[in-house]
Design a protein around this ligand. Structure first.
Ligand code: GDP
Length: 301
């Protein structure tokens, strides 16, 4: 989702010399393959968006995969980028790196000031290691490696599988399916009270290009909208968008995760960047993308 959005943004800006590899062409968890790629291609700029990602249930169910794959991918890419003399690298983290009970909004300096949220600590520890890798290579070798911390993302290209997805695409699909099947209720997880901030992936892609041009420092930098809402409010908005007329049933045996994740975007705003896509508009566009894709998949069968 993120890599494709960055490619769309770079192409819109006129870059035609992008070095792209699919997962099948280059396994980023394979150190030798990654090193060979960097030695041969010698990229100037690297956007490190590749990661093993998932929603609250996937993170909680597959802790080993989340920590192992992310540590591997980022270590291989960052070290190879250093050896190949890459001019600048942007590493993408996540706001789950901040302590579970950190004050809100989350400022960049809250990193490593308290315990993490247990459902995604494996992913968070890997992402914190990624930030530290960038900082260490900057200090010891003078590499211009920076880290951006996006808030919860959504948009075209997302994972819509209700078992592994994040909340917005998960609920979209549940409501879409329930409407088709004539169900009167959709099951959601937790209490509906946690608050989350959502950023459209095209806004993130713009921010990544902006940071490549305008940011060079050791501290990670937050990327978000500065606005949050409760999961219940998100679900009610999605009910309107998907036209699902049934009820919301919250399964409180499922985890809530962090009570609130709202980032302080002062730093990136002061540099001159702001998110543009309003949540409602972004969710509507994402739902249209999902429905078109479903319809095409069905007619191709
Ligand atoms: P998180 O931000 O790392 O907690 O990741 P998620 O996007 O997976 O979950 C955000 C919040 O939405 C959590 O409080 C979940 O319990 C809640 N939630 C409610 N229904 C769903 C659902 O159907 N899927 C997911 N992934 N989360 C849900």
């Amino acid at each position: 989702m993120v890599g494709s959005a960055i490619v769309r943004t770079l192409e819109k800006r006129g870059y035609s010399n992008l070095l792209l590899r699919t997962r099948d062409e280059l396994d980023l968890s394979n150190q030798a393959s990654v090193q060979a790629f960097f030695e041969t291609e010698k990229p100037d700029y690297v956007f490190l968006a590749a990661a093993k990602v998932g929603g609250i249930l996937a993170n909680d169910t597959y802790p080993a995969e989340f920590i192992y794959e992310n540590l591997g991918i980022q270590t291989n890419v960052i070290h190879s980028a250093h050896l190949a003399g890459v001019q600048k690298l942007l590493f993408l983290g996540s706001t789950c790196i901040y302590p579970k009970m950190a004050p809100q909004p989350l400022k960049e300096e809250y990193l490593l000031t308290g315990p993490l949220e247990p459902t995604n600590e494996w992913y968070a520890v890997a992402k914190i290691a990624g930030i530290k890798l960038c900082q260490a290579y900057r200090r010891q070798y003078g590499c211009d490696f920076i880290s951006a911390m996006p808030t919860n993302l959504y948009g075209p290209g997302d994972d819509f599988d209700p078992e592994t997805s994040h909340v917005a695409p998960g609920i979209m699909r549940k409501m879409h399916t329930a409407t088709i099947e004539g169900k009167t209720e959709v099951e959601l997880w937790g209490t509906g009270r946690p608050r989350r901030e959502f950023l459209h992936v095209d806004d993130l892609a713009e921010a990544c290009c902006f940071l490549m041009d305008n940011y060079s420092a050791e501290s990670p930098i937050n990327v978000g909208t500065g606005k949050d809402l409760s999961i219940r409010e998100l679900a009610e908005t999605l009910q309107e968008i998907t036209e699902f007329s049934g009820d919301l049933a919250f399964d409180e045996t499922m985890p809530d995760g962090t009570p609130r994740k709202l980032v302080d975007t002062t730093r990136i705003n002061q540099l001159g960047w702001k998110a543009r896509i309003p949540l409602r508009e972004g969710l509507e566009q994402t739902y249209r993308w999902y429905v078109e894709r479903c319809t095409n998949a069905v007619s191709a069968k």
